[in-house]
Design a protein around this ligand. Structure first.
Ligand code: NAD
Length: 329
């Protein structure tokens, strides 16, 4: 039976989730919720679902839900996530939240703790690595094709003129990049960052962040909101004792380079995935698969705990920059 899904926050991204759930055979959208009446009403009609104007109203209605997507935004794109997420988890519902888990790390910790206390699946939409290319690259890492991992270099940059907070670029964009780095190289233990304001900007729109991972991999993140155009979206390079790979634009091109040979192995658009936009469907499908299979909360891929871990790295980078020191996690 298809899972009955409720979606909270019907902006552009909530609607994207709704389209994906509607098209996935594992789910149907039964409820949509927004504090803006018009957005809730329009979505209710579009997805043939019941519309609500608050989470509490949705929960009080007694509508049967199996899980919810939480797609609010707020300050630094995460300031509104805490209250509705706590309401949904408090009511015993599995939640797939948008990133950042919260712009305030302490609130993120509370959200993860509540999901754990109630043994609920809690996931974050860290969609960039839910691609066939990233899966193959991860298989190479797990099988030892790269040998011992040494270095990870990650670049993620877009054109975003938003000037609403000094840390907007770090907190809103880099949950994605750091999640990709952690996916291949594991947990981070030390962080050091420099940042600068791009031409005409008031926020820290460019960042260079060094990371030491628990397995002693040395990593570097280049991030910018002053990019776009021909720069592409992202590039991840993982280097090991036997070989390295470069993953371009999440799903578009994956190349393996052997340390012993000049031959290269390149895949374009693995699995037929053409561009980043398609990762909403692949990420949400994985969430639905895991719910359907009854995965344990600690088995959830791209979990709330992962969403919290990347935010801890971001806060460490901010502290490092402010204090000119290396910050231990
Ligand atoms: N995963 C990705 O690749 C990706 C890409 C872009 C944006 N995002 C994230 O998606 C989220 C949403 O982005 P958006 O552009 O759709 O934002 P938006 O501001 O357009 O929409 C958010 C909606 O949430 C509603 N809302 C706020 N508080 C609410 C509450 N308590 N109950 C019900 N509704 C509430 C608002 O009225 C608004 O309609 C952000 O967290 C953003 O960071 C993720």
């Amino acid at each position: 039976m298809a899972l009955r899904i409720g979606i909270v926050g019907m902006g552009g991204i909530g609607n994207r989730h709704a389209e994906v759930y509607t098209q996935d055979a594992l789910s149907e959208v039964v409820a949509v919720c927004d504090i803006i009446v018009e957005r809730a009403d329009t979505a209710a009609e579009k997805y043939d679902a019941e519309g609500f104007y608050s989470v509490q109203e949705m929960l009080d209605s007694g509508i049967e839900l199996d899980a919810c997507s939480m797609c609010t935004a707020g300050k630094e794109n995460g300031g509104d996530h805490y209250v509705p997420t706590m309401e949904l988890l408090g009511a015993g519902l599995p939640v797939l939240g948008e990133k950042p888990i919260s712009n305030e790390v302490e609130k993120g910790r509370e959200m993860v703790a509540l999901a754990k206390e109630k043994s609920l699946p809690y996931a974050i939409d860290l969609n960039h690595r839910f691609t066939p290319a990233a899966l193959l690259a991860r298989k190479w890492v797990d099988e030892g094709r790269l040998g011992r991992l040494h270095i990870v270099n990650m670049t993620m940059w877009i054109n975003n003129p938003n000037e609403t907070s000094p840390w907007f670029h770090l907190r809103a964009l880099h949950p994605h990049s750091i999640d990709v780095m952690r996916y291949f190289c594991g947990p981070v233990k030390s962080v050091q960052a420099f940042m600068m304001k791009g031409a005409g900007r008031t926020i820290w729109s460019n960042a260079q962040v060094n990371m030491l991972f628990e397995n002693n991999v040395v990593g570097h993140l280049t991030g910018s909101y002053d990019a776009g155009g021909s720069y592409g979206l992202e590039r991840c390079e993982v280097v090991g004792s036997k070989g390295r790979f470069v993953l371009e634009d999440a799903c578009e091109e994956l190349t393996f380079y052997s340390r012993q040979s000049i031959e290269k192995e390149t895949y374009h658009y693995l699995g037929g995935m053409r561009s980043f936009g398609e990762t909403f469907a692949s990420r949400i499908h994985r969430w639905l698969e895991q719910l359907t299979e009854g995965a344990k909360p600690e088995e959830i891929d791209g979990s709330g705990a992962d969403g919290l871990a990347v935010q801890e790295v971001i806060e460490a980078a901010i502290r490092s920059f402010e204090t000119h020191t290396v910050v231990e996690l």
